[in-house]
Design a protein around this ligand. Structure first.
Ligand SMILES: NC(=O)c1ccc[n+]([C@@H]2O[C@H](COP(=O)([O-])OP(=O)(O)OC[C@H]3O[C@@H](n4cnc5c(N)ncnc54)[C@H](O)[C@@H]3O)[C@@H](O)[C@H]2O)c1
Length: 325
């Protein structure tokens, strides 16, 4: 298969590229504008260890730079985008251009020139906004896809609007689109910063014995999913595209891998054997108090489930960080 991955040198993108390039007969092309700090390190790693992967440095919106490769693609995995809620609040135009405008140009080009391609989009749990009073079922089993959409923050709006376009391009034009509403993903090759990728950021702070700033009480609950489990869902979606085109799936670690920020810090204290200073600041706009994915639809349709327990996954991340100081 010819697989084109946008945002391909980013965290999820580089892991996805490695995974698919190990499988026979896949030809992988990555499109990335290298806007995320440090992703050039992922690109260097890929060039050295996976020379068969083609890397095109381009904004997703500049179709001319990769149109030929796009039109040859059997699968497009669209991961490129501005990923931080905070950046979307301070610079909504960058967020809009990156997440909505560039994505639209890509999807519309596929409609015109390669409508048989499978299109997978990495959406986000943020499309459900903050649910202030979760029901008992939501608290015990997580949020499913019937949860009302409620876009909060420019990031929520740009990701949510493109999520809607991806689903609608199946309804209206018959494109083979699938949307994954991803919860917190963590793992190797993640350059977490205070604004995004918090598990990797917390772990890095422990590694360098630096303080961690918590915005809010630290009791915000999230379900954590190891990146390889996410990629397995992408693979299953590709294999079963005729069953699931035009559908959205929530995906995360689920109730078994739901942690609050303080318990993640306690886990890191155990693994690293030391503490770091914690600084508390006001909760940030758009930050959900409780979000856990209900993965039932994905389990029912694709027999997918999260395999990596957080305690095992975090060790993989830490080992990678230690090896790549
Ligand atoms: N990591 C998570 O926990 C998580 C959760 C929910 C959704 N997502 C979504 O998954 C996708 C991948 O996230 P990630 O964690 O790998 O982030 P990442 O920042 O590591 O990867 C995104 C990549 O896209 C590139 N990029 C940004 N804007 C671009 C543009 N306009 N054109 C071309 N390249 C561009 C960046 O340089 C980066 O390499 C994003 O769309 C994000 O919104 C991630």
């Amino acid at each position: 298969m010819n697989i084109l991955i946008t945002g391909g040198v980013g965290f999820i993108g580089s892991n996805t590229a490695i995974n698919f390039s190990k499988k026979n007969q896949n030809r992988i092309t990555l499109v990335d504008n290298f806007s995320r700090a440090n992703v050039d390190k992922n690109a260097e790693f890929l060039k050295k260890n996976y020379p068969g992967i083609k890397i095109i440095k381009s904004d997703v919106g500049n179709l001319k730079n990769y149109k030929k490769d796009l039109n040859k693609s059997d699968v497009v995995i669209h991961l490129a985008g501005q990923t931080a809620v905070t950046t979307s609040v301070s610079n909504p135009a960058i967020d809009f251009n990156s997440n909505l405008k560039s994505g639209f140009l890509l999807l519309n080009e596929i409609r015109k020139s390669n409508p048989q391609a499978i299109f997978i989009y990495s959406s986000t749990n943020k499309v459900y906004g903050d649910v202030p009073s979760p029901t008992r079922t939501q608290l015990s089993s997580g949020f499913d896809e019937t949860t009302p959409l409620n876009f909060i923050s420019p990031y929520g709006c740009s990701k949510g609007a493109f999520d809607a376009y991806a689903l609608d391009y199946h309804r209206i034009y018959g494109l083979k689109t699938v949307v994954f509403r991803q919860s917190c993903i963590y793992g190797k090759r993640q350059f977490g910063v205070e604004d995004q990728g918090w598990v990797a950021h917390f772990s890095k702070q422990f590694l360098f014995r630096k303080p961690i700033t918590i915005f809010g009480s630290g009791r915000q609950i999230r379900d954590l999913l190891y990146v390889e489990d996410l990629i397995e869902a992408y693979e299953l979606a590709i294999k079963n595209i005729n069953k699931i085109s035009g559908q959205a799936f929530n995906i995360g670690g689920g109730p078994k891998n739901a942690y609050n920020l303080i318990t993640v810090i306690k886990q890191l204290e155990k693994v690293y054997g030391h503490k770091v200073k914690i600084i508390y600041k006001k909760q940030r706009p758009g930050d959900q108090d409780f979000y856990v994915s209900n993965n039932k639809k994905l389990k029912d349709k694709l027999h997918w489930q999260a395999k990596t327990d957080f305690k095992a996954g975090i060790k993989e991340l830490i080992n990678w960080q230690k090896d790549n100081l």
